[in-house]
Design a binder for this molecule. Structure first.
Ligand SMILES: [Zn+2]
Ligand SMILES: [Zn+2]
Length: 254
């Protein structure tokens, strides 16, 4: 499996990165390459076009309905309906995510009766659901966040990636972490010491979660776009020495 970091800025797009967006690629048994986009946060539809044709991706997997994770679903719909592929008879794009994601697309578009969902085949997911898309097997787990949110274990062959989405530390995500070979984990609270419950992890919490799961490969993401991520990385590395920061354009094969 191949992971490309499209955007990794936490909470808003930043000067050097769009908000949350990742491209996963894996071949099926017939040698066909499948492309799965994880999250499509604010600003991501632009640079995503460097790595693939967004109108032709095989699916979009969304962690939750905050704008830094889903705002550009509307932009993808516009690109598909009015862009170069508009007259082609392409299949609907599978859209996988928590309950209510279809309403969020309409809310972002500002038109409750609009056509923004027409290009998607929406498949709501809930805790412990397992679903298949080409070579990918996707297992969902309830995350701890102020809105319905899911973390995902995405597997293809012997590769297993945990994407935490946005979450405070919780048993459900810990259980998925124990099955992962690589963790793409959020540290939205950075090095802040006093934080509200049930929103994000600090770098220290993310490092502890990863170490306790016995996972050595960790990409730290969703550090707020307005802070220096290095102190957060240092906090993570006290538990996971090989951890690295997500950076736009970086490709990780695993
Ligand atoms: Zn977020
Ligand atoms: Zn969020």
């Amino acid at each position: 499996m191949r992971l490309t970091i499209v955007g990794c800025a936490g909470s808003t797009a930043g000067p050097d990165s769009p908000a949350s967006c990742y491209l996963l690629e894996a071949e099926d048994q017939d040698g066909r390459m499948w492309r799965l986009v994880m999250d499509l946060g604010s600003g991501a539809i632009g640079p995503l076009q460097r790595y693939c044709d967004p109108a032709r991706v095989d699916g979009v997997l969304v962690s939750h309905g905050h704008p830094d994770h889903c705002a550009d679903l509307g932009a993808l719909s516009v690109l598909r309906r009015y862009g170069p592929a508009r007259d082609e008879d392409l299949p609907l794009i599978p859209l996988l995510g928590p309950e209510g994601l279809d309403r969020r697309v309409h809310e972002v578009a500002g038109d409750p009766d609009g056509a923004d969902m027409d290009v998607f085949d929406y498949r709501p997911l809930a805790h412990s659901d397992v679903t298949h898309l080409g070579p990918f097997t996707i297992t969902a787990a309830r995350a701890r966040h102020p809105v319905p949110a899911l973390a995902y274990l995405v597997s293809a062959g012997d590769s297993h990636l945990l994407f935490t989405g946005d979450t405070d530390r919780c048993d459900e995500v810990d259980d998925l972490a124990a099955r992962a070979g690589l963790i793409l984990g959020e540290a939205g609270w950075g090095t802040r010491e006093v934080n509200p419950d049930g929103v994000h992890m600090t770098g220290d919490q993310l490092g502890r979660m990863t170490a306790e799961a016995g996972v050595e490969s960790l990409i730290v993401t969703h550090v707020a776009s307005w802070i220096d991520p290095q102190p957060t990385l240092a906090a993570v590395r006290r538990h996971v020495p090989l951890a690295c920061l997500a950076r736009p354009g970086h490709v990780h094969g695993f």
